[in-house]
Design a protein around this ligand. Structure first.
Ligand SMILES: Cc1cc2nc3c(=O)[nH]c(=O)nc-3n(C[C@H](O)[C@H](O)[C@H](O)COP(=O)(O)OP(=O)(O)OC[C@H]3O[C@@H](n4cnc5c(N)ncnc54)[C@H](O)[C@@H]3O)c2cc1C
Length: 400
């Protein structure tokens, strides 16, 4: 694991590398990924199984602790380095979906948790002994309109009593801790709709069967996502993160990092698709010549490559701004949107390049094609990003 910062940023300057940065990270992550070939992922997909061995290997090598400061046992690397880790995993044909949340959820604890909470949890998260993989935000009735969430937490002496329901809570069955968003003051008693929401660390090891029931949702990809039913769950008051009622802001704080990291996964998938498409287009001979000689096959692949390069530049800019403490809301949102769309175009192009074989499971294209579709919907859908750009960047009226 690399512990030093590759570039230092002084006096508010933003340093952005345009080279293949963090080569030692890329090599190290590829070494772990080499142990998990396509057959591993195909079998996990077919059995809808959590890739425990892969997550353990990543944790053991220290890659999941990249963003945790050294004083808590992590590597203290910048977001750009974490983005490179995730991009490399996906470029290698693996998937970080089973564990990526730890990287950005941890940010809420790190930035807004008290010293006791950080000392209690971060070292264990850094070694992989404590899994903080579940993020309970989405609810069935309120969707993207997060401030209207219905889950309630009511203070009762030294604990809160929580009631409500979460949906799409990925990895809840494989996680030790869940970061939970719940209303502590009813929506009609607050000035701003973003007020009165709090964030808690819920210890799922104790909560399961004691106020929390988790039911998997069968989906078109192997994502280990769930419904979480919360019924009179007792959460110790010491598990409240930061101040009561300010949780929505805390979550928003972490969202730019989330956009950069998830966008980098999409970028890695896109690169994987382009590699596969180029290789197949060069090898597959039909009508006496490689299919890649035909512009109808070659140009969409070239276009996908160009779109991925453009998305990468935006993601690098967002990470550079983030790592130098500057606002990167616009860039992080645009980077995530562009990467998710470029990856989808690359995936669809790859499917078309493979012809009928794209549908055969043994080539892995159809699996990756299913997986890459998610980036346009979760963790944030494209329309909401466009709404953000329209309002906050271009100054048009609020659309939601
Ligand atoms: C596999 C998977 C894993 C997930 N993991 C998690 C997780 O771990 N934790 C978690 O909290 N959530 C998770 N989610 C939830 C995910 O973040 C949401 O599905 C996503 O944010 C969209 O919310 P929704 O499904 O309720 O759609 P809705 O809010 O119902 O929206 C439906 C459609 O309408 C559009 N729309 C809504 N309002 C507007 C508007 N004002 N203007 C324009 N368009 C609009 C949306 O963009 C979307 O396309 C996951 C989802 C999936 C599918």
């Amino acid at each position: 694991m690399v512990a030093n910062l590759e570039s230092t940023v002084e006096s508010g300057e933003v340093a952005m590398s345009i080279d293949l940065d963090w080569p030692e990270i890329r090599d190290g992550v590829r070494n772990v990924c080499a142990e998990f070939p396509a057959e591993y992922w195909r079998e996990k997909d077919e059995a809808s199984e959590y890739p425990t061995e892969f997550v353990n290997a990543l944790a053991a090598a220290g890659w999941l602790a990249a963003l945790i400061p050294e004083e808590y046992g992590g590597a203290g690397l910048p977001v750009r380095a974490a983005a490179v880790i995730l991009e490399t995993i996906h470029h290698a044909g693996c998937s970080a979906a089973a564990c990526h949340a730890q990287m950005y959820i941890m940010g809420t604890l790190l930035k807004h948790g008290n010293e006791d909470q950080k000392r209690r949890y971060l070292p264990g998260i850094a070694t992989g002994d404590i899994r903080l993989q579940a993020f309970g935000v989405s609810e069935p009735t309120t969707g993207t309109d997060t401030t209207q969430l219905k889950t309630r937490a009511v203070r009762n002496g030294d604990h809160y009593v929580v009631n409500g329901q979460k949906i799409w809570t990925s990895r809840a069955l494989q996680s030790d801790l869940m970061l939970l968003l719940a209303r502590t003051t009813p929506a009609d008693e607050v000035k701003r709709r973003t007020d009165g929401i709090s964030v808690f660390l819920v210890d799922l090891r104790e909560a399961r069967g004691n106020g929390v029931e988790i039911t998997p949702i069968p989906t078109m990809i192997n994502h280990n996502t769930n419904q979480v039913f919360i019924d009179d769950l007792k959460v110790p008051a010491e598990n409240l993160i930061g101040e009561e009622g300010r949780g929505f802001r805390y979550i928003l704080d972490g969202m730019n990092a989330e956009r950069v990291l998830v966008g980098s996964e999409a970028l890695g998938d896109g690169r994987w698709f382009v590699d596969k498409a180029v290789e197949y287009a060069n090898d597959r001979v039909v009508f006496g010549s490689p299919i890649g000689k035909n512009q109808g096959i070659q140009f969409p692949i070239a276009r996908a490559h160009a779109e991925l390069d453009a998305a990468e530049l935006m993601l690098r800019k967002a990470a550079a701004l983030f790592d130098s403490g500057r606002d990167c809301g616009a860039e992080a949102n645009m980077g995530k949107m562009l990467a998710s769309e470029a990856a989808w175009h690359a995936g669809d192009t790859c499917m078309q390049t493979f012809g009928g074989f794209g549908f055969a499971r043994e080539f892995d294209i159809e699996r990756k094609w299913r997986e890459v579709r998610l980036f346009q919907t979760a963790p944030i859908s494209t329309n909401l990003i466009l709404g953000y750009i329209g309002q906050h960047v271009l100054g048009m009226p609020r659309s939601y």
